[in-house]
Design a protein around this ligand. Sequence first.
Ligand code: ZN
Length: 291
Amino acid sequence: SSHYAAKAMGCFVLPIGASMAERQVDYLVNPGSTVLLSTPSFALYIAERMNQRGIDPSDIPLRIGCFGGEAGAEIAPTRKKIQTRLGIEAYDYFGLAEIGPTCSSECEEKAGLHWVEDHLLVEIIDPDTNKRCDPGETGVLVLTHLTKEAVPMLRYWSDDLARLTTEKCACGRTHARSEGGILGRADDMIIYKGANFYPVQVEKVIRSFEELGDEFRIRLSTDEKTGIDVITVIAEYKTKEVDNVEFKNKVKRAFREELEVTPELDLVEPGTLERTMFKAKRVEDKRVKAD
Ligand SMILES: [Zn+2]
């Protein structure tokens, strides 16, 4: 795992539980960790707690963060927030239990996840045709072990969506990369009024507004009277002043551009939405399904 890999590199590893935000902050101050490995959601939560305790990013020696477990580090507004609030360079990395803890990571160019192609055969498959996608085309990530001796996986269907490029990276590495990282889960796709989109696209919009908090929820429901499906995005305002029609319309227009649908927007007080520590579950689908 990343734990043993870091140890093998000579790092001193402090394993801290995912629910221990206060202790995380303590350890960032003293002894002063220099690298943080967590989910992007948890990193933002740690930053929030740091801020509440009056600790400035320049007060801690943290330099680098590697973020996995969920998408986020490659979503530009999220990366920017993590970098600014923790005063670090933030990198995306990816692994999955069935294949290996970490099998791809960004390099210093932040140009997508480089795959460990010496250990894995990486394919992107079109789920409709089961044929390989062309470079740059989005499909399902399918992985085959090349060097694993116990329980090797042959063409493991991850259900994660990605694209692949074999163009040489500016860092000099020639390992294939997935630009933009993991783009979503095939089963995460929200189908609403003929448009398809992923929760990460909602995240991108929410986190591009400085007036809004980092947490959000997507609620899909069916209006009892009309039988029409309704989509509502719930987000936290930072100050009450932005809870007005004009600002909400600005956010809704940004949604329209990104998702091709316009959800309802519900703004709530800061701290209302529960902070996610590990893999974020932000979609609630209560639509009445037609028979
Ligand atoms: Zn590179």
